[in-house]
Ligand binder design. Structure first.
Ligand SMILES: C=CC1=C(C)c2cc3[nH]c(cc4nc(cc5[nH]c(cc1n2)c(C)c5CCC(=O)O)C(CCC(=O)O)=C4C)c(C)c3C=C
Ligand SMILES: [Fe+2]
Ligand SMILES: [Fe+2]
Length: 344
């Protein structure tokens, strides 16, 4: 019986869009030192302040996109898990969430019960960030040590520049692009600039670069912003888009600290002022549609752009369980494609 599991890991959602559940989720998420990377007492104080008003506003946002079956992020990740199960030939395909349920801990313990001895970890984030991939892997390490798990692990690397991922993205956008548009905006989730400076110590590191080629290639592996630029450039190249037909921006900033730029809301205003009328938007930092795509872009971004002079605004869905993406992900996760992940 095959006993090599594939473990898909995504971010997670609140249990329900009720304020109390959103508050519990935000607390777990924001108290993560890889998300708010400040000393514990400062983080605790800051999170306590955020938790005064944010849960209500976020609950309202979640209520506007919540599905009958639950959070879109969870439902779509479950669909991906199910379809991947038809392709992955080595054992079960499991799904865990970094925050909320099903937790990484419960899923790993269940895999042990099922007699699994090897696990390939597939963090569902194309670009590397401490606030997504590092924290998920640290949680795996914690559980392994706490429960003395003896799995052999393999790990899918960030796939921001993988031709099969880019091809799936281009394929998923083709139909919408055929209908005609003035501009395609790639709106990635942002991170505080500080997160990147921690990994790229070089004071000259350019966080305003408009092209990945302007960045020292040795920082490519750790600079989230550069990886986002690269994904967009490869997409444009593969789709044959002229340089003035697309741009990159970063959404979802939180708090007063400086996040990577340009900011999506500011950039939407600029595009409208430049005379862009028909806008397409895609968010390749996410492989499953979620609050950040459906509400922040699909509702608030659309309203903003149309109010500022745009005439059409089309949000291209994430890859979700698109067949070409499922095939690509299965290929990327194969044992010969992934590297060992050692836990000391
Ligand atoms: C300091 C705060 C945050 C960092 C850093 C951050 C990085 C980051 N997040 C994602 C993916 C997702 N984030 C989502 C929601 C979300 N993100 C933050 C804050 C930070 N994210 C908050 C507070 C929230 C919750 C909603 C809100 O109140 O705004 C989601 C959606 C989850 C869902 O249930 O649908 C995703 C996905 C990435 C990829 C990333 C770094 C690259
Ligand atoms: Fe986020
Ligand atoms: Fe957001």
């Amino acid at each position: 019986m095959p006993n090599h599991a594939l473990l898909l890991i995504n971010l997670g959602s609140p249990k329900s869009p009720a304020v109390v559940d959103v508050k519990a989720y935000l607390k777990q998420f924001l108290m993560d030192p890889y998300v708010i990377d400040l000393p514990w007492p400062i983080r605790k104080l800051l999170v306590a302040m955020i938790l005064i008003k944010r849960p209500e506003a976020s609950a309202h946002a979640y209520q506007s996109i919540w599905w009958k079956d639950g959070s879109p992020l969870i439902v779509l990740s479950q669909r991906l898990q199910k379809t991947m199960g038809l392709h992955w030939q080595h054992g079960p395909v499991a799904l865990a969430m970094r925050y909320g349920q099903p937790s990484i801990e419960s899923v790993l313990l269940d895999l042990r019960e099922r007699g699994v001895d090897q696990v390939t970890i597939a963090p569902l984030y194309p670009q590397f960030a401490d606030s997504t991939i590092t924290t998920a892997l640290e949680e795996v390490k914690r559980v392994v040590k706490a429960s003395r798990l003896e799995f052999k692990f393999k790990l899918l690397d960030p796939f921001y520049n993988e031709p099969r991922y880019i091809q799936a993205l281009v394929g998923s956008a083709q139909e919408v692009m055929k209908q005609g548009f003035d501009h395609l905006l790639f709106s990635f989730h942002g991170v505080p600039e500080r997160h990147i400076h921690k990994l790229v110590k070089d004071k000259q590191h350019n966080l305003q670069a408009a092209h990945s080629g302007e960045i020292n290639s040795e920082y490519m592996d750790v600079c989230y912003r550069t990886q986002c630029l690269k994904t967009a450039e490869l997409f444009a190249e593969q789709a044959g888009l002229a340089r003035d037909k697309w741009s990159v921006s970063f959404q979802s900033r939180l708090g007063k600290t400086k996040w990577i730029e340009p900011y999506t809301d500011v950039h939407l205003t600029k595009l409208a002022a430049q005379g862009v009328k028909r806008l397409l938007v895609m968010s390749p930092a996410f492989v499953a549609d979620c609050l950040e795509t459906l509400e922040e872009i699909g509702i608030r971004g659309r309203e903003q752009f149309l109010n500022e002079g745009g005439t059409s605004f089309e949000l291209i869905p994430c890859l979700n369980d698109t067949p070409s993406w499922v095939v690509a992900l299965n290929q990327l996760c194969q044992p010969e494609q992934t590297k060992p992940f050692l836990i000391d």
